[in-house]
Design a protein. Structure first.
Length: 553
């Protein structure tokens, strides 16, 4: 079945497997099955809509509506929302059922959901078991971390996104079991590496890509178990150290070397996709997956379609930033749900639909901010029998209004589009955003300070007083600071002070990734048809997996 996306007008396919999954997940409530209709948006527009309900990196100070204490929140203080600090939200001092209301069959569902969103209790930010890590979001089990987002089990890490089991890492994206790494992307089991991408088990490497088991390498591509290589040239240890000493610690020379490395990499064949220990799977950065179609940055995923960024999930479709769940459809920024659909920021809720910021619950429909509850609709408590009688009627009403089968609309998101992860992966201008009827967070009325502190080119020449200086991003003009912990890291690793705002550095890391889309093209060597995230018009040399392994390794 082919359809035209209701948002971008692109043609997209709905496969028989997609339809079979929707039939499997269609809820049966009170003995009545409520079929899930086929999606009306293409996969990328569905992904954009889900992550428009995810604010990762914009943190603010605001006061708790219950205790009045100022706390860090993902909701700016100008938003008229009922936001509670984490201590109050988890306490017995309030009850989410107090905002409950009866469903009005004369009005659309999402109008009523939007009104509930303005009043229901929202937790200030999403995190669990974090220690001395006030400024992290969507993180669990962090210790001494700052401005991390979407990761777990990190210690002494700063400005990292989707980092797992990391220690002493700064400015990294999707780095696993690694330590003392800086500006690394898609790396695993690496130590003391800088500017590396797609590397595994590497130590003391700089600006390397697709290297495995290497140490003391600079600007290298596709090496395996090599040492003392400089732009893929073998050197003796003394010569290697001499060349490295001339560059290391200098901002000017490292920037030039990074550009040279990127041009150097284009001369080598690139693998069509990073699909490791996986079977019957398409996409990119898949590890230990089985039957994952159009999956991106997923580990241990089984029987998934259109899954973006996740871990240990089975039987799902249209998932974003999701882990440890089973049988889910159109779910984002959530964990540990079973038999559920259209959820955002929901943890351990089963048989639930169209919910936001709920935890440890069962059989919820259209609820916000509930915890440890069952059989609730729009935050109103019902008996099991009442719930099972009413929900099918609401779904029938939503089918008539065209709302059933749709994720929470971007128009209702509590954030401006430019505050959300959607703006990072699907950037839009202010004018484009407002034209679609979506919200936009205007900048605070303030002028950025002009930088007065002259940053030396070499890290050895930078003094301790830099932690008191206000710096200005050389590209955006935004002000930023260097923390004491961050400065200690730069000194320890002989890394020059960054000249750009942390958010700008984050966007530059994202720009190095291939799109979340698969194209058909031919292997440049054997001419076999391949599926790859390199668009056909891109200049890179792309090989199928067999030719790549034979050529590079």
């Amino acid at each position: 079945m082919r359809k035209t996306c209701a948002q971008c007008s692109a043609s997209f396919e709905i496969t028989d497997e997609d339809l079979a999954f929707l039939e499997k997940l269609s809820p049966t409530i009170g003995g009545k099955t409520c079929p899930l209709p086929p999606p009306t948006l293409c996969p990328l527009c569905r992904q954009q809509r889900r992550i428009s309900w995810r604010n990762e990196r914009n943190l603010y100070k605001r006061k708790c509506r219950l205790c009045g204490r100022e706390h860090v929140s993902i909701y700016s203080p100008d938003k008229d929302l009922h936001v509670l600090c984490a201590d109050c939200w988890w306490s017995d001092k309030w009850n989410g059922l107090q905002y409950g209301r009866e469903f009005d069959f004369n009005r659309p569902f999402f109008d009523q959901f939007g009104e509930l969103l303005q009043q229901a209790g929202l937790i200030s930010f999403f995190g669990r078991n974090n220690e001395n890590s006030e400024y992290v979001n969507q993180e669990t089990d962090d210790k001494n971390c700052y401005m991390n987002a979407g990761g777990h089990y990190n210690e002494d890490c700063y400005y990292c996104t989707y980092s797992l089991w990391g220690k002493d890492n700064v400015d990294c994206y999707w780095v696993v079991h690694s330590a003392l790494c800086y500006e690394c992307i898609h790396c695993e089991n690496c130590n003391s590496c800088t500017g590396c991408e797609d590397c595994n088990q590497c130590t003391d490497c700089l600006f390397c890509e697709e290297c495995t088991g290497c140490s003391n390498c600079f600007g290298c591509y596709g090496l395996k178990h090599k040492e003392f290589h400089f732009f893929n040239e073998q050197l003796n240890p003394k010569e290697y150290q001499k060349r490295l000493e001339d560059i290391r610690g200098s901002h000017r020379l490292l920037i030039a070397a990074k550009k040279k490395a990127q041009e150097h990499f284009k001369t080598f064949p690139h693998r069509a996709a990073v699909v490791i220990h996986s079977e019957d799977s398409t996409g990119n950065y898949l590890t230990e997956c089985r039957n994952v179609q159009h999956g991106y940055l997923y580990e241990k995923g089984h029987d998934l379609r259109y899954a973006y960024i996740g871990l240990d999930v089975k039987d799902g479709m249209d998932l974003s930033c999701y882990g440890w769940g089973e049988l889910n459809y159109e779910v984002g920024s959530s964990l540990e749900n079973h038999s559920a659909a259209f959820l955002s920021s929901v943890i351990n809720c089963n048989n639930s639909y169209l919910c936001f910021v709920c935890q440890n619950a069962d059989h919820l429909f259209g609820c916000i901010g509930l915890q440890r509850k069952k059989y609730c609709i729009l935050n109103k408590q019902y008996s099991k029998e009442e719930y099972e009688e009413l929900v099918p009627k609401i779904i029938e009403h939503m089918a008539e209004t065209g709302e059933w089968g749709q994720f929470l609309p971007t128009t209702l998101s509590p954030w401006g589009y430019n505050e959300t992860a959607a703006s990072e992966y699907f950037p839009l201008s202010r004018e484009e955003t407002l034209k679609r009827g979506w919200k936009w967070k205007e900048d605070d009325p303030k002028e950025f300070m002009k930088q007065k502190y002259p940053i030396p080119d070499r890290i050895d020449d930078v003094q301790d007083d830099i932690v008191d200086a206000v710096l200005t991003c050389e590209e955006t003009g935004r002000n930023y600071r260097i923390t004491k912990q961050e400065f200690a890291f730069y000194r320890r690793r002989e890394i020059p002070i960054p000249r750009k705002h942390p958010h700008r550095r984050h966007l530059e890391r994202l720009s190095l990734q291939n799109p979340w889309q698969v194209w058909a093209r031919k292997c440049e060597k054997c001419r076999k048809e391949i599926r790859t995230t390199y668009a056909p018009d891109r200049p890179e040399i792309v090989y199928c997996e067999q030719c790549y392994l034979a050529e590079v390794y």
